[in-house]
Structure formats: structure tokens, C-alpha cells
Design a protein around this ligand. Structure first.
Ligand SMILES: NC(=O)c1ccc[n+]([C@@H]2O[C@H](COP(=O)([O-])OP(=O)(O)OC[C@H]3O[C@@H](n4cnc5c(N)ncnc54)[C@H](OP(=O)(O)O)[C@@H]3O)[C@@H](O)[C@H]2O)c1
Length: 242
């Protein structure tokens, strides 16, 4: 076992977040598993009683950010890695549809509340916990669907145009670029990850990758040794156009 890291994963109760949490725990890392229902980790905690620390977190409830902060802080040493994975796709079941003209403002706002505003606010709230880590990192789970270049290119994403989701991930990418600049004088490295198309509740069972395969990019950015340049938006070893 190499370096033991202390890692917080949001949306850790299912999908990619759960697969990443299980992988990190199996490697001996300490994981703060953040979820709206932390009681969902009872079975997993029986397996990892010392290293799994469930924390309550709702990306739509900023008061839960402070509770989460306090819990991590109370546990002692600094946090090494923050993985902002929680996210929603609320445009409707058909991904191959352009929802730009019809998605309601309520859906647009709620998508941004979780995927963007919550993520920005939570990240800023948690930043002081990274102070003192020898290798602090922040991983934002974005999507290729936030790439304006891919959407605008003829060979790009075609009819896959759920507007609320796509725009929220483009905003996440904007946060990444600005965050990397804001933190450039310090040790913290920040990345945005596209996991690939993964068979989760969000990705549907038509997706080609299992959650265990889909965490490869997230895992590499969180605890890997060979990293892309600071501020990069990547899938596996490849940078994705903005
Ligand atoms: N699956 C893919 O193909 C794919 C591709 C590209 C990017 N992504 C991104 O990967 C991330 C994880 O997606 P997934 O496929 O694992 O989706 P998922 O299976 O639908 O899981 C979403 C996770 O986000 C949590 N979440 C949603 N709203 C929340 C809130 N208000 N507060 C706290 N947690 C909340 C969910 O918790 P609850 O159980 O409480 O709802 C759940 O743990 C997302 O950011 C997604 O956009 C996925």
C-alpha cells in the first residue's frame, strides 16, 4: 500500500460515486462518503469500519456544507482530495433530444442548483480543509456533453442535446478554468473528468461501460501518480476540447 489519502466523494451512495468509494476503500484510503442519505452506507461500513466515514450532504442545502465541513475537520488531518461527483440530469429520459426550446425554467434552475451552484459553493466551502495536504487535488466530475467544441462540430455530439444538463456541465468547466487560475500560486491541482458513457441510473443500462470501468478517469485524477496538466479537462489520458 502506497500513500493513504483522505478523500471526500460526493454522490457516493450509488453509480460512479459508489464504485469510486468502494475502489478507494479497497486500496486502503480513508473515504468521506457524502450523500443525502448517509444511512445507505451501513453495509459498506461493516466492511470498512475504520476508513469509511459517511457524511450527510445535499447539494441543494448549503447548511449541509457546514455540517460536512465540521465532520471532516473534526476527524483531524487535512483532506487530500475532493471529488465533486454528485449530479443530476433532469431534461427527461431521451438523451437524443434537443430540449433547448422546451425544458422548463424550473428544470434549468434545479439542474444548475445541483450541478453548478451547489458544486461551486461546496468546493469553496471545503477548500480550507485541503490546507496542509502534501498533494491536494480537486476533481470535478464534468461530461463531454459540457464541451461546446464537441457540440458545435459536425462530427460531435449530434442530436444529443439535453440543454439543462449540457449547459450546467459547460458551467462546471468554466469553474474549473477559473479555479485553476485562482489557485495557481498554491499546491492544489484541479481537474475536470469525463468518465465515458457509464451504466448507472443516469447513464442507463444501454451504456457500454460498467461503473467499475467508468471510474478509471476519476480514480487516476484522485490518486494516480501521472497527472495531466493542472486545470485539464480529460477522459483517460486524453484532453477533451472545451
Ligand atoms: N453515467 C454517465 O454516463 C456519465 C457520463 C458523464 C458524466 N457523468 C457524471 O458523473 C456523475 C455521477 O453520475 P452517475 O452516472 O453516477 O449518476 P447517478 O447514478 O444518477 O448518481 C447520481 C449521484 O448524485 C447524487 N445527487 C443527486 N442530486 C444530489 C443532491 N442534491 N445532493 C447530493 N447528492 C445528489 C445522487 O444521490 P441520491 O441517491 O440521493 O439521488 C447519486 O449519488 C454526475 O456528475 C454525472 O453528470 C455521468
Amino acid at each position: 500500500m502506497k500513500d493513504v489519502k483522505r478523500i471526500l466523494v460526493t454522490g457516493a451512495n450509488r453509480g460512479l460515486g459508489l464504485a469510486l468509494t468502494e475502489q478507494l476503500l479497497s486500496e486502503g484510503h480513508v473515504v468521506f462518503a457524502a450523500a443525502r442519505k448517509p444511512e445507505s452506507f451501513v453495509a459498506l461500513q461493516a466492511k470498512y469500519p475504520e476508513t469509511l466515514l459517511p457524511v450527510e450532504l445535499d447539494m441543494e442545502r448549503p447548511d449541509s456544507f457546514e455540517t460536512c465541513f465540521q465532520k471532516v475537520q473534526a476527524s483531524g488531518a487535512p483532506l487530500d482530495v475532493l471529488v465533486n461527483n454528485a449530479g443530476v440530469h433532469l431534461d427527461g429520459g431521451n438523451w437524443q433530444k434537443n430540449t433547448t426550446l422546451e425544458v422548463s425554467m424550473a428544470t434549468l434552475r434545479q439542474t444548475f442548483e445541483v450541478n453548478f451552484f451547489g458544486l461551486v459553493d461546496f468546493t469553496r466551502h471545503m477548500l480550507p480543509l485541503l490546507n496542509g495536504s502534501s498533494d491536494p487535488r480537486i476533481v470535478l466530475v464534468s461530461s463531454i456533453m459540457g464541451s461546446l467544441t464537441m457540440h458545435a462540430s459536425a462530427q460531435g455530439l449530434g442530436d444529443i442535446k439535453p440543454f439543462a444538463y449540457d449547459a450546467s456541465k459547460t458551467a462546471v468547466n468554466a469553474f474549473l478554468v477559473h479555479l485553476a487560475h485562482a489557485l495557481k500560486e498554491g499546491p492544489t491541482r484541479v481537474f475536470a473528468a469525463h468518465p465515458g458513457w457509464v451504466a448507472t441510473d443516469m447513464g442507463t443500462d444501454r451504456a457500454p461501460l460498467s461503473p467499475q470501468e467508468g471510474i478509471a478517469t476519476l480514480h487516476k485524477l484522485a490518486v494516480g501518480e501521472e497527472l495531466p496538466p493542472n486545470g485539464a479537462f480529460v477522459h483517460l489520458d486524453k484532453e477533451i476540447p472545451w
